[in-house]
Design a protein around this ligand. Structure first.
Ligand code: BES
Ligand code: MN
Ligand code: MN
Length: 483
């Protein structure tokens, strides 16, 4: 059965790619209210396909817009709402035949249909929402993160249905969200409120990367995060900087001073208590990371493209990006950013600041430490509001379960190699909720590559990995069904 499903996928490969292109043409930018209708269209596109391939109980689940954001009363143009209540897509198939007298296990397949904004547009070689094939890759916003990988799940299911006379070898629930890129609060609430509707033995998440081309990879750790805004207010209204400069407080200067106090020049974060709960990776894990094929100079040159790499001394790049917390500033909306010059002292300014967290740093506790430190740095004449936009737990998943073996064996069949276990510096907030609320492990089997330009111009997905991903998921689901 597995072989005929794999054969079906191979025979239909060109069609699968054309369908993916149709999904990639929908600009489902979850953070942008102007794209709310497009985002819903992507959800409907995915739901229609789930119905067509034979999944049951296919439905959109609405998520609500949180009062939180409305309560801020933020001004136009300054702060974009963190989320807009994009729907979840749910489907299931729960008729798999029992194995060895026991009910078949259930796999919960997760992916996201929303994407990051495509800017800066002028750096794209082909337009972000006109998927284009070049040298074996498909270029588009969302190609790898996560529409291409979402489509891997869909096409693996379709191939299994086709090869098994309209049945699946394992019970499957599908839960796809449209707000991952803005923090995933909607799906977190649904998982918290309706765990019974998601009962499963294991979650399958394809939203991560392989360590290197041809190297089958399972991700076993993700960083958590808190995403914040600091709003500084000075004068009642914008002022002429000549008439009032020297008397009026400047909120941008205040933010600059605050930000400069968050980190020292070596990259160490200065928030009191920030590192107290940081757990070290095990000696085995550190040893395994040392054995990975990693060339720091090549990484600096080709991936980062900077003159030097920065960060805390005494830790390797993999440790710094996978197992150490960090703090970054993403943008400072406000004031005058148009062409030329305007002599104004802005009345208010915002800094978007996030921290990546590692086990066992708790998001709420870390936010409280950060907030009181920032408030203690407030210059005179300025009022501050420090707000939490979204947060998610750091996670590590155990490798000692039958689903990990189902995954490594599936990928061995496809890649002919043993799987490497890595962590990733990125965050997928729902994985923590699956552990906490559903009590199930996640298999993070992703098929992106380090040079796929996630969140950046010219995002791409290697088509060979799209097809190898489909075959890997087919074999994984067969293995889980047989276990
Ligand atoms: N797919 C990424 C996370 C990722 C990237 C995991 C690479 C593993 C390897 C995900 O879509 C993402 O970008 N998440 C956001 C989460 C945030 C908005 C809560 C992130 O990490 O910035
Ligand atoms: Mn993603
Ligand atoms: Mn992403």
């Amino acid at each position: 059965m597995t072989e005929s499903a794999v054969m079906f996928a191979k025979d239909n490969a060109p069609r699968f790619v054309e369908e993916l292109k149709a999904l990639l043409r929908i600009p489902s930018v979850s953070t942008d209210p102007a794209h709310a209708a497009d985002t819903r269209r992507a959800a409907e596109f995915v739901a229609a396909e789930l119905r067509r391939i034979g999944m049951e109980n296919v439905r959109l689940i609405e998520t609500s817009t949180p009062e939180l954001i409305l309560a801020y009363g933020v001004g136009p143009g300054l702060v974009v709402p963190a989320r807009n209540g994009h729907p979840l897509v749910y489907a299931d198939y729960l008729h798999a035949a029992p194995v060895k007298g026991r009910p078949a296990p259930t796999a919960l397949l997760y992916a996201h249909y929303d994407v990051q904004p495509p800017d800066p547009l002028d750096e794209w070689k082909s337009p972000p929402f006109e998927p284009t094939e070049r040298d074996g890759n498909i270029y588009a916003r969302g190609a790898v993160d996560d529409k291409g990988q979402l489509w891997i799940h869909m096409k693996a299911l379709e191939s299994l249905f086709a090869a098994n006379g309209g049945k699946l070898p394992v019970n499957v629930r599908v839960l796809i969200e449209g707000e991952e890129e803005v923090g995933g609060e909607g799906i977190a609430a649904f998982v918290r409120e309706h765990p019974e509707q998601l009962a499963a033995e294991v979650a399958l998440v394809s939203d991560s990367e392989m360590f290197a081309p041809d190297l089958p990879t399972l991700c076993v750790g993700l960083r958590g995060m808190i995403y914040t805004e600091i709003e500084a207010r000075g004068a009642r209204t914008d002022l002429h900087s000549g008439m009032y400069g020297g008397a009026a407080p400047n909120p941008f200067v205040a933010l600059a001073q605050i930000i400069a106090s968050l980190k020292d020049e070596s990259g160490k974060i200065l928030i009191p208590g920030f590192y107290d709960k940081v757990a070290k990776p095990s000696a085995d894990e550190l040893k395994a990371w040392k054995a990975l094929p990693f060339d720091e100079e090549h990484y600096r040159e080709t991936e980062v493209g900077s003159t030097v790499l920065t960060g805390e001394p005494g830790y390797s790049v993999l440790e710094r990006t996978w197992a150490r917390p960090t703090l970054d500033v993403h943008g400072m909306p406000g004031g005058f950013i148009g062409a030329g010059a305007k002599t104004v002292i802005p009345a208010r300014a915002v800094a978007k600041v996030s921290m990546r967290l590692v086990p066992d740093q708790a998001p709420a506790e870390t936010f409280a430490l950060y907030k009181s430190y920032v408030e203690s740095l407030c210059p005179k004449g300025i009022t501050l509001e420090v707000r939490l936009i979204h947060s998610g737990d750091a996670i590590v998943v155990s490798t000692d379960n039958p689903y990990v073996r189902a995954a490594t064996s599936a990928m061995h069949d496809v890649f002919g190699k043993d799987t490497v276990f890595i962590r990733s510096g990125g965050s997928i907030p729902i994985v923590g909720d699956f552990i906490r609320e559903l009590g199930i492990p996640s298999i993070l089997m992703g098929f992106g590559l380090p040079d796929d330009n996630l969140h950046a111009p010219n995002e791409k997905f290697l088509l060979a990995n799209f097809h190898r991903g489909i075959e890997s998921i087919i074999r994984f689901l067969e293995n889980v069904g047989a276990s």
